[in-house]
Design a protein. Structure first.
Length: 133
């Protein structure tokens, strides 16, 4: 990994590319979360697709394709939301009703929480259009 630290079985690795960042979060020495983020507002030549949803897709496409989420986590005064699909082990982070981060999680290590998201967000670059920046 280019950036990463694992201590006592917990930690996160961050892989930087020109247009994107991938994250692998560990819990109990096992992979808990793998997620993907586009730098800026457009992903360049490569935009990942997860369950037929990609970066910049709208909230309505998520609901049309996957149905209602198992859980919606609101944060940053409701301006950002995380749609969690426990049955699919997937999540989508939205800002202004558009996906800007997506990922999967290992349900054996627990469903994704706001604390997991805060950990990932703390590793994002300090760009003006990104969550918590």
């Amino acid at each position: 990994p280019e950036n990463g630290k694992i201590k006592n079985g917990y930690g996160i690795w961050r892989y930087d590319k020109k247009d994107s960042i991938s994250f692998v979060k560990f819990k109990d020495n096992k992979i808990h979360i793998i997620s993907f983020h586009i730098k800026g507002t457009y992903g360049g030549r490569f935009t990942p697709i997860l369950l037929n949803i990609k970066i910049n897709d709208g909230q309505s496409k998520i609901i049309e394709n996957l149905g209602e989420p198992s859980k919606i986590i609101n944060f940053n005064e409701g301006y950002e939301r995380i749609y969690v699909y426990n049955q699919l082990n997937a999540f989508f982070m939205l800002k202004n009703n558009s996906v800007f981060h997506l990922g999967i999680f290992n349900p054996d290590l627990g469903v994704i929480t706001i604390e997991d998201i805060k950990t990932i967000v703390s590793w994002l670059p300090p760009e003006g259009d990104l969550l918590y920046r």
